[in-house]
Design a protein around this ligand. Sequence first.
Ligand SMILES: [Zn+2]
Length: 97
Amino acid sequence: MSFKRDSTDTSLLRNLKFRRVSEILAQQIPEDEARLLSNGRLTCLVCLHRPIFDNVNMLSIHRKGRRHIAGKINFVFDIYRNCRFIDHHLIIYYRTK
Ligand SMILES: [Zn+2]
């Protein structure tokens, strides 16, 4: 028994290919940018309004959006500022030691 496609629906094949590529690329989402909630949904930690998504594909589509990219600039800046804050306190700690 073999499976053979009867039709030549290119849009269906294109959608399946896009979905498969997005599933593969979704694995590259950094852990500090998304969190898995207790109900199985995902939330974006970069955006301030914390949008909630049903699956990884929706999150990966959201990550390409304009609002997420604008929020990512502030997210990276906050990480940098927090690192400088930690470094500053570590310097004070080591100076007083
Ligand atoms: Zn986002």
